[in-house]
Structure formats: structure tokens, C-alpha cells
Design a protein around this ligand. Structure first.
Ligand code: SF4
Ligand code: SF4
Length: 336
């Protein structure tokens, strides 16, 4: 079975992801609620699967925010509320969801781009994060300036360094209650000479040594995340005729041992309109979570059912190879 027109004989054959796993992929009890608050962001990074940016206007509806707060309060099985975007801090609902999550005793993760701290009106964020004991997961796609600025824009590296120093001054990275983690994204491929993400533990040591030596920065963990061929990455790959070769590369490194730990199995991903997905990647690709009868699901449906475990299976696609290649990839880094 081929996944592209037979009129493209030079393209590599990519095996459907479903043929490589125990299909359909079973959902597990839900423990993580990941909320994408909207597309607004002060940056517009080349690898952004959300295609976020300063001109995007989509953000959380007030009614959906209220429903999510009810979900957080009603279901003790949720251990983690994971806030993402865009820049989650710029979108409606950020602070109410943080405060509801912490009041209910959940771990609350904020996925921050760090540079938001220096935008007008957001200068209190580091103190706010510390006051509420948020787990900060911060993008820093390399420890070297040139690579970060290429991927995220001029000046982003210096702003990120200052932001990390600010978080350290507040106790992040040292106080066990103030966890600070960094995220590594590889550069978007420019040739067919693809590479898997480096070994997470080894790269973490490199980051720690460089950032400590040059800037006195400390942090807890580094998460390596593979670029999935969706969003801006897909546009870039298609433009360079690298889309199918990249998928084939990911497939050729498929590692069945990662499947048990895929994040989509135990999380719900919610968009700013209250629609449910198995993960943020499916959300951005418009692939909703579905009941066994094929119906998509909303946050309101969960409240009506009084259950978070209404989904039997994960909706998988070819880009899922990005999560199972090598050591695997997820919002929490490598899977094995
Ligand atoms: S990758 Fe993150 S910081 Fe960059 S544009 Fe996307 S949401 Fe914003
Ligand atoms: S993209 Fe990754 S997290 Fe999302 S459904 Fe596929 S395997 Fe799961």
C-alpha cells in the first residue's frame, strides 16, 4: 500500500503507520489535560507546528475556559494541566486556568518561549510563575546563539538567556518546587541528509555545561522533540521536495518500543473552541479525537458524560512516525 500517488515513482514508499503498530492504538485512562489557548504569539518560529505569530487572533473562548475549569475541579484523575499555545500567556484564560489547576492540587505546566517576559504588559510573569509554583517548560532549541536566532529570530537568544537568569534568581532550577525544563528542537532539514534528535541525556549535559559556564544558568531537564512534518515544517519540506523523503527517514527509524509510552494514549488535547484531540499535532492538522461511532467530542460532551475516558482509540496518521523514530518524542521529550 502506498501513501502518495503512484504517478510519483521516484518517491520512496512510506508504510502506513497503522501497519506498524497494534492497530487501533488503545487509549489509556486520562491523566493529562493539555490545553492550547490560542495561536497568538510574540514570535513566529520556522519550526512552529502551530503556525503561531503576532498577527494570529484565535484564542480561548470564555465559555470554554469555564468548562475547562469545571473539568479540572471535577476530575481528580487529572494530575497535570499543560498550558500551551501560541504563547499561552498572551491568550485569554491563561491565569484563570493556572489558578484553577493549582487550587485543585494539579501540576500546572506553562510552555513558554521566555521572550514574552520582555513584551509590554508581561513583565510580572516570572514572579507569577514562581508564586503559583508552575513547572516551566521553555523553548531553547540550541545552547548556541546562532542556531537559536536562525530558528526563532534575531535577539531571541539573548532574551532567552536573560529570562532564564531571571527565573534562576527566583529559585527556578534549584528549588525542588520550581522545576525549569528546556526544550530542544532540531533545525528544519535543508537537505536529505536527515538526522534523528541527539541522545537526550548527552545533549542535556552539553546544555548544562555550556549555560552554566557562560551564563551561570541552571535547569532541571532537557527534552528533545523531533520535528513532525506538519505546519511550517511541512510547508518547508514540500517546497524543497523533502516531505516524502523525511517521512521515509522517520519510518525507517520507527521503534516499536516507544509505542507503549506515546503521550496521546493518556492525554486529552483541547483547542480554544473546546474541541478534543489526542495530541497537539492532531489538533493542528485538524484530526479530531473520535468516539467509536466516529463522532468528534467536545469539552461539553465530557461534562455531560461525567467521564474523561470516553475515547477508545487514538487517531493516528503518517506523521506519527515523528513520535516513534529512534528514542521517540513527546511534549515530555524522549520516550525510552
Ligand atoms: S514555536 Fe512557540 S514561540 Fe515559536 S511561534 Fe510557535 S508558539 Fe510561538
Ligand atoms: S502525532 Fe504522536 S502524539 Fe499525536 S497521535 Fe501521533 S503518535 Fe500520538
Amino acid at each position: 500500500m502506498v501513501s502518495f500517488p503512484a504517478t510519483s515513482p521516484k518517491l520512496p514508499l512510506v508504510t502506513p503507520f497503522e501497519d506498524q503498530i497494534d492497530h487501533p492504538l488503545a487509549k489509556l485512562p486520562i491523566t493529562v489535560l493539555q490545553i492550547n489557548l490560542g495561536r497568538k504569539c510574540n514570535l513566529a518560529c520556522t519550526h512552529c507546528h502551530v503556525e503561531a505569530g503576532p498577527k494570529r487572533t484565535e484564542e480561548m473562548l470564555a465559555a470554554v475556559c469555564d468548562q475547562l475549569i469545571e473539568i479540572i475541579q471535577r476530575f481528580p484523575q487529572i494530575t497535570t494541566v499543560d498550558l500551551t499555545g501560541g504563547a499561552p500567556e498572551m491568550n485569554y484564560g491563561f491565569r484563570p486556568l493556572v489558578e484553577a489547576g493549582r487550587a485543585a492540587g494539579k501540576t500546572v505546566i506553562v510552555r513558554t518561549n521566555l521572550t514574552i517576559f520582555f513584551e509590554p504588559g508581561y513583565g510580572d510573569l516570572p514572579e507569577y510563575f514562581a508564586r503559583h509554583g508552575l513547572q516551566v517548560v521553555a523553548s531553547l532549541p540550541c545552547y548556541l546563539e546562532k542556531n537559536v536566532n536562525q530558528q526563532r529570530g534575531t535577539g531571541v537568544y539573548n532574551a532567552s538567556v536573560q529570562a532564564l537568569q531571571w527565573l534562576n534568581q527566583l529559585g527556578y532550577g534549584e528549588d525542588p518546587a520550581l522545576q525549569l525544563d528546556l526544550v530542544y528542537n532540531p533545525a528544519v532539514p535543508h537537505s536529505a541528509d536527515f538526522a534523528l534528535t541527539p541522545n537526550q541525556a548527552g545533549l542535556e549535559q552539553d546544555y548544562k555545561a555550556y549555560l552554566q559556564t557562560h551564563f551561570g544558568i541552571v535547569f532541571n531537564h532537557l527534552y528533545t522533540i523531533t520535528n513532525l512534518p506538519i505546519g511550517r515544517v511541512k510547508q518547508h519540506l514540500v517546497a524543497q521536495d523533502l516531505y516524502w523523503p523525511y517521512l521515509k527517514f522517520l519510518e525507517s527509524h520507527h521503534n516499536g518500543a516507544t509505542v507503549a509510552n506515546l503521550m496521546c494514549r493518556s492525554q486529552l488535547s483541547v483547542d480554544y473552541l473546546g474541541n478534543l484531540y489526542d495530541c497537539d499535532f492532531n489538533q493542528m492538522e485538524g484530526v479530531p479525537a473520535r468516539l467509536v461511532n466516529g463522532k468528534p467530542v467536545t469539552v461539553a460532551d465530557l461534562l455531560a458524560a461525567n467521564s474523561l475516558d470516553v475515547l477508545e482509540w487514538v487517531q493516528t496518521r503518517l506523521y506519527c512516525y515523528g513520535c516513534t523514530a529512534g528514542s521517540g518524542s513527546s511534549c515530555g521529550g524522549a520516550l525510552i
